[in-house]
Design a binder for this molecule. Structure first.
Ligand SMILES: C/C=C/C(=O)SCCNC(=O)CCNC(=O)[C@H](O)C(C)(C)COP(=O)(O)OP(=O)(O)OC[C@H]1O[C@@H](n2cnc3c(N)ncnc32)[C@H](O)[C@@H]1OP(=O)(O)O
Ligand SMILES: NC(=O)C1=CN([C@@H]2O[C@H](COP(=O)(O)OP(=O)(O)OC[C@H]3O[C@@H](n4cnc5c(N)ncnc54)[C@H](OP(=O)(O)O)[C@@H]3O)[C@@H](O)[C@H]2O)C=CC1
Length: 447
């Protein structure tokens, strides 16, 4: 039995759940990996010069054992997330430490502690097998998977699954991720695949859409409301392209920051009107490595006021980190919120705390999304309220190049990867609904 037989069953369209259950599992499959004996390969290089094409490999790997509460999924498509870029450049730390730590927790978790890490935190595909105790899903189900892996053995996570002490991001802090022909997930990561999307379109939103939903919309994040002025950094990027859609769909006013006219056009085509091209306007928030320039914060704030008719920002959607954080705190209105989920440009932030406490602003840390938030975010995709922002699609062989594009900020929206799917455009089950939204679905394609 090979993965080719699995693909044939998926493409036959009339294969039943019993047919999938009867398919023998392959002994091995192709997967994107990084190698433990290469974690020092970029030592001494600047972050920018660490090249994912050198550290990312396509290997034949053995199928992992299936445990209770888990599912093996045939992956038709996946997408590149920035966490895979971090893994591939071994920053801010090597992810093998996460696998070792997980491996020490229990007998079954030892499977994850291997000399290779199969990465990737998104997938769209078909369930092949479920482990003991799984009743909600069966072989043949067409699914997407969110990337929250929790054990839920402690009461700490019972109100909000992100607060579980054993909370991990699948394919980053666990092994057997989605950039592969087969993936191993906990069955409660599974969600229905939106019928009107192809495999690669369905695989694109997952991680970033759920993260943007918690960070901006959920009461666990900023709790955005109608009329809010929302400053969105990287508004046409992975996270930002969903934050912009949530702001528009929720009656808020996105102020989109981008770095080129082309990206400004994409934001306009999504319906945004207030756009700041940070390259054209040349903001320089740091005079040198140690010193920020408050005059530049003020110039940025004035520009925002021009675009909003004199209003300041209710919510900042932060992720660039060190480079922008001082400005983000400054331009937030009295009582406003800065919500942050990352530090792409550096994690040691500096800001003038007088502007935070005197104006009663709040900084909220946000990370991925709990089960419910991930489900709600996927439901909005399935209902055609929020759309994938897929631009370019790569083959599994070219994942290194795809990650390199994202690392160099040479991409738009989301970058997809075909895993088992032999070509783009397959897997659509609801053509009528697709036709209604086709322009929005294709908005980011091939730009
Ligand atoms: C969905 C997508 C998401 C993204 O893309 S996010 C962006 C990409 N991801 C990242 O950049 C990952 C970032 N993660 C990290 O850099 C690290 O992951 C952390 C800095 C968050 C944590 O570092 P660590 O060293 O793993 O954990 P410690 O908590 O510092 O544990 C080390 C030891 O310190 C002890 N400790 C923790 N808190 C305290 C405390 N408050 N007082 C005293 N000790 C403490 C612990 O217990 C442990 O100890 P013991 O080594 O003995 O087990
Ligand atoms: N904690 C969590 O749950 C999550 C965290 N993340 C993290 O968030 C970060 C962004 O992820 P994602 O949106 O997918 O990445 P992308 O690269 O797709 O988009 C980020 C955008 O931010 C803008 N940007 C980058 N650097 C700077 C800077 N120095 N100053 C201002 N703007 C900048 C760029 O847009 P432009 O050039 O147009 O301004 C870029 O396109 C990553 O670090 C990632 O690891 C992502 C998802 C979940």
């Amino acid at each position: 039995m090979t993965v080719k037989d699995i693909l044939d069953a998926i493409q036959s369209k009339d294969a039943t759940s019993a047919d999938f259950a009867a398919l023998p599992l392959p002994e091995s499959y192709r997967a994107i990996t990084v190698h433990k004996d290469e974690t020092e390969m970029f030592a001494g290089l600047e972050t920018r010069d660490k090249d994912p094409r050198k550290s990312i490999h396509l290997d034949e790997v053995p199928l992992p054992e299936l445990g209770p509460g888990e599912a093996l999924v045939a992956v038709m498509a996946s997408s590149v997330n920035y966490n895979s870029v971090w893994t591939s450049i071994f920053e801010p730390l090597s992810t093998f430490g996460f696998l070792e730590r997980y491996g020490r927790t229990n007998e079954l978790a030892k499977r994850h502690d291997l000399p290779y890490h199969i990465i990737g935190s998104d997938l769209a595909g078909v369930v092949l097998r479920t482990g003991p105790g799984v009743n909600a899903w069966k072989p043949g189900d067409e699914v997407v998977a969110h990337c929250l892996s929790v054990e839920l053995e402690s009461s700490d996570g019972h109100n909000d699954t992100m607060l579980d002490p054993e909370q991990r991001i699948w394919g980053f802090e666990t092994n057997f991720g989605g950039l592969a022909e087969v993936a191993l997930v906990k069955s409660n990561q599974l969600m229905p695949k939106p019928d009107h999307l192809s495999w690669e379109e369905a695989a694109a939103p997952g991680l970033v859409n759920s993260t943007a939903y918690r960070q901006l919309v959920s009461r666990n994040g900023a709790g955005m409301k109608q009329g809010d002025n929302v400053l969105i950094w990287g508004a046409s990027g992975g996270l930002g392209s969903y934050a912009t859609q949530f702001a528009l769909a929720g009656g808020a006013n996105p102020i989109c920051v981008v770095s080129s006219e082309q990206k400004a056009d994409i934001c306009r085509s999504m319906g945004a009107e207030a756009i700041i091209d940070r390259s054209a306007e040349g903001y320089k928030f740091w005079k040198d490595e140690q010193t920020q320039d408050p005059k530049e914060w003020k110039r940025f704030g004035k520009r925002i006021r021009e675009l909003t008719g004199g209003e300041d920002i209710d919510i900042v959607f932060e992720h660039p980190g060190r480079e922008t954080f001082g400005a983000s705190v400054y331009v937030t209105r009295k009582g406003g919120t800065i919500t942050t989920c990352a530090s792409t440009s550096g994690y040691m932030h500096e800001y003038d705390n007088r502007y935070l406490w005197m104006s009663l602003k709040r900084i909220i840390g946000s990370h991925f999304a709990n089960y419910r938030e991930a489900w709600e975010a996927n439901r909005l995709i399935a209902k055609g309220k929020i759309h994938p922002t897929l631009s370019k699609v790569y083959s599994l062989e070219d994942t290194g190049q795809a990650a390199h594009d994202v690392h160099r900020n040479a991409h738009q929206g989301k970058v997809g990867v075909l895993c088992l799917a032999p070509e783009e455009g397959l897997g659509v089950r609801d053509e009528e609904m697709r036709a209604k939204h086709i322009d929005a679905i294709n908005r980011f394609r091939n730009i």
